[in-house]
Design a protein. Structure first.
Length: 221
């Protein structure tokens, strides 16, 4: 199982993205949280900013949409240059159709779940998604405490993915650090979003490698 580290720029310096991107060049992708101030209380980036990021970034963009009107806007982020687009099940009336539209736009399609949302729908439709994003905090703000109880969802998704023989990744987002990445990897996650754990460090390159090694060493055989 390939371990992927996606630093979240929610913890980066917003006015120096180009230089910030250079400090995480050994990551697998850049995690971009798009928040509309409605689906979650915070407000971050919109479509024009993501499009500009795609123009200047050497790494692919992994865009996590925390917006109300996902059915109308998600595919536009694929057109803007995102490599992967995650939309919330809670914000879509037709998640399967939306995932297919994102894929048709040339990006990977990922479905995201808030902590209070059951994983059952996802388990019944795993072949429609390239990745499942399981939130391990309430979405909206960085720096929150990791919710260990969400690992039950991770384990359930990994068991079904393995049973079906699918290549679907499991991403965890929220409170990931050197301790919790071990727990998440043991539960079956292989893609890890880390914000403060990386951007608070002086040597971010080394921290990414440390997190990658911790996850790889704790991935079940």
């Amino acid at each position: 199982m390939t371990v992927l580290i996606h630093p979240s720029i929610l913890s980066a310096d917003f006015v120096n993205f180009q230089s910030e991107f250079s400090t995480i060049r050994n990551a697998d992708a850049i995690h971009v949280d798009v928040m509309d101030g409605h689906f979650v209380p915070n407000l971050t980036f919109g479509l024009p900013m993501v499009k500009r990021m795609a123009e200047i970034a050497e790494l692919p963009l992994d865009v996590h949409l925390m917006i109300e009107n996902a059915d109308e806007l998600a595919y536009a982020y694929a057109d803007a240059g995102a490599k992967s687009v995650s939309f919330h099940q809670e914000a879509s009336t037709e998640p399967v159709s939306l995932a297919r539209r994102i894929r048709a736009s040339g990006a990977l399609a990922s479905i995201a779940l808030k902590p209070g949302t059951s994983v059952d729908f996802v388990l019944d439709n795993l072949d429609e998604f390239d990745m499942v994003l399981i939130m391990t905090v309430e979405p909206g703000f960085g720096g929150q405490k990791f919710m260990e109880e969400m690992l039950v969802k991770v384990s359930a998704a990994r068991a079904e993915i393995s049973r079906l023989g699918l290549p679907t990744s499991i991403q965890v987002d929220g409170g990931i650090d050197e301790r919790t990445i071990v727990q998440a990897a043991q539960a079956g996650a292989n893609c890890f979003v880390a914000g403060n754990a990386i951007f608070a460090k002086t040597d971010r390159i080394s921290e990414i490698e440390k997190l990658r090694n911790l996850a790889q060493n704790n991935t079940p055989n």
